[in-house]
Ligand binder design. Structure first.
Ligand SMILES: Cc1cc2nc3c(=O)[nH]c(=O)nc-3n(C[C@H](O)[C@H](O)[C@H](O)COP(=O)(O)O)c2cc1C
Length: 324
C-alpha cells in the first residue's frame, strides 16, 4: 500500500476536482498535502456573504469537488479512505483522504470519471422527450449510494407547487440589493477563469416560465423555444443538516450530476428555494420527507453545451514553500 500521496498525485486529482460545480462558479476550495494525506478545505476568501451567509453552498461545492477527487484517485488505482471534517477545531477542512488498499477501478467509477469533463450546467430549454424509467432509477441510486435521498417530483400539481415555492424564493432574493450585486459581480462577459460566462446563462426569463432562472446575462430566446412544460424536477436531500451533512450532500450531488451526464441527460440547478429558509421548509413539507432538501435540479435531454472555465490548479494548491 502507498504510504502517502505524492504532489504529482495531488495535482492530477485536483485537476479533476476543480471541475465540480459551485455557486456562481466561485470555486471556493483549497487543496493541500499533509502527512501524505490530501486535504480539501473551504476557501474563506471566496465566500458569498449575501448569497451564502451560512457557508452551505461552499460546503456543497467542496463536497462535489471531494467526490471528483475520490473518483480520480480510484481510477488512477490509488483509491482513498475519506475522513470528513477531520479537525473539529478547523471545520473549514471538509475532508482528508489517505491511500487505501490499491485496487482496480470499478466500471461505475470509470464511467462516472469519464463524465467529469463533459458535465456542465445546462440552463437552456430541454426537449420534451421524457426521461426513461431506467435513467430515473439510476439517478436515485446515485444519491442513495452517497447516503442521500433523491425525490423525483412527479405530476403537474406537485411540480406546480414546487415551482410556486421556487418563484417566491426567487422574488425574496431579488429584493435584496446585496444578493443582486453579488450575482451581477460574478457574471462574465469576457473570458475569465471563474464566474458564470454570460453565454452559459440560458435564455432570458419570460413571464410564462414555470421555474425561476437565476439571471446570469442570458440570451434572447429563439421564437417558439419555450422551456419544457413538464420538466423533470428532482430534490436531493439529507437526513440531517449539519456542516458534515452538507459535505455529504455535495458528494451525492456530484454523483447524481455525473450519472445524468453519463446517461446523456442535461441538468440545471435551482437553489433559490434552498437559500430562503421559509421556502426550504415549505419544500420539505410539500415532499413529506424526513430530513432537509439540499438542492433542486431540472433534468432532461438538452442541446450540447460546453464546460465552463476554472482557475489553474496551482492557484488552488497550498504547497509548502521550498527554500531556495
Ligand atoms: C450550491 C450550488 C448552488 C447553485 N445554484 C444555482 C442556481 O440557483 N441557478 C443556476 O443556474 N445554477 C446554480 N448552480 C450552478 C453554478 O452556477 C455552476 O455550477 C457554476 O456556474 C459552474 O458551471 P458548471 O456547472 O457549468 O460547471 C449552483 C451550483 C451549486 C454548487
Amino acid at each position: 500500500m502507498t504510504i502517502g500521496y505524492t504532489v504529482g498525485q495531488l495535482r492530477a486529482a485536483v485537476a479533476d476536482a476543480v471541475r465540480a460545480p459551485s455557486l456562481h462558479n466561485t470555486q471556493p476550495w483549497r487543496f493541500r498535502l499533509r502527512d501524505g494525506g490530501i486535504e480539501i478545505a473551504v476557501d474563506p476568501l471566496r465566500g458569498l456573504p449575501a448569497t451564502d451567509p451560512t457557508g452551505w453552498g461552499a460546503r456543497i461545492a467542496c463536497g462535489a469537488a471531494l467526490y471528483n477527487l475520490r473518483l480520480a484517485l480510484a481510477v488512477a488505482g490509488t483509491p482513498a479512505t475519506v475522513r470528513l471534517r477531520p479537525y473539529p477545531a478547523d471545520p473549514d477542512v471538509v475532508a482528508r483522504l489517505v491511500p487505501d488498499v490499491p485496487r482496480r477501478p470499478t466500471p461505475i467509477e470509470q464511467g462516472l470519471y469519464g463524465a467529469i469533463a463533459h458535465r456542465f450546467s445546462n440552463r437552456a430549454p430541454f426537449w420534451p422527450d421524457p426521461v426513461p424509467a431506467e435513467a430515473r432509477w439510476r439517478l436515485g441510486e446515485a444519491a442513495r449510494a452517497e447516503q442521500c435521498w433523491l425525490e423525483l417530483v412527479i405530476g403537474a400539481s406537485a411540480v406546480n407547487a414546487l415551482a410556486e415555492v421556487a418563484r417566491s424564493a426567487h422574488r425574496v432574493l431579488e429584493r435584496d440589493p446585496a444578493y443582486v450585486a453579488e450575482r451581477v459581480e460574478w457574471i462574465r462577459s469576457e473570458p475569465a477563469p471563474d464566474g458564470v460566462p454570460a453565454a452559459a446563462g440560458g435564455p432570458h426569463s419570460e413571464p410564462q416560465d414555470l421555474l425561476p432562472q437565476r439571471g446570469f446575462g442570458g440570451r434572447n430566446r429563439a421564437p417558439g423555444r419555450d422551456f419544457e412544460p413538464e420538466p423533470l424536477v428532482a430534490v436531493l436531500g439529507t437526513p440531517g443538516n449539519t456542516g458534515t451533512d452538507q459535505v455529504v450532500a455535495g458528494q451525492a450531488l456530484q454523483r447524481v450530476l455525473l450519472t445524468a451526464t453519463d446517461a446523456g441527460l442535461g441538468v440545471s440547478m435551482l437553489s433559490q428555494p434552498i437559500e430562503v429558509p421559509g421556502a426550504r421548509e415549505a419544500l420539505r413539507l410539500s415532499l413529506g420527507r424526513f430530513g432537509t432538501p439540499q438542492m433542486v435540479m431540472r433534468i432532461g435531454y438538452g442541446q450540447p453545451g460546453r464546460a465552463t472555465p476554472r482557475r489553474p490548479v496551482d492557484e488552488v494548491l497550498d504547497l509548502p514553500v521550498v527554500p531556495a
